[in-house]
Design a protein around this ligand. Structure first.
Ligand code: TYC
Length: 96
């Protein structure tokens, strides 16, 4: 007969998280990037302006940290909105 064993785990399981980042480019207008951060990432206008300037000066910046499917949806929404508006803005995700 096989013995039944119970394993006790002390750590709670957390889903892996993914950073969503914006990349800088030379053509996307600053005010459009700020609007993206307000609309898709729920930032205040002041926070959005800070993140946009950090991306502009440093090349990339984190907009938020989310579970996989949420991160994937944000990346898709931002990239397709940018394309629809004719801007080359790129949004990517990476494992935390
Ligand atoms: N570098 C752009 C400009 O000077 C502004 C910009 C900021 C573009 C952030 C993309 O993710 C970005 N108009």
């Amino acid at each position: 007969m096989t013995e039944a064993r119970t394993e006790t785990r002390t750590q709670t399981q957390r889903p892996p998280l993914y950073k969503v980042l914006l990349l800088n480019d030379d053509y996307t207008p600053m005010d459009y990037v700020v609007r993206v951060l307000v609309e898709f990432f729920r930032k205040s206008p002041a926070q959005a302006t800070r993140i946009m300037m950090a991306v502009h000066q440093e090349g990339s910046g984190v907009c938020g940290v989310y579970p996989f499917e949420v991160a994937e949806t944000k990346v898709h929404q931002v990239n397709s909105d940018a394309r629809q508006n004719g801007f080359p803005l790129k949004c990517i995700m990476e494992a935390e």
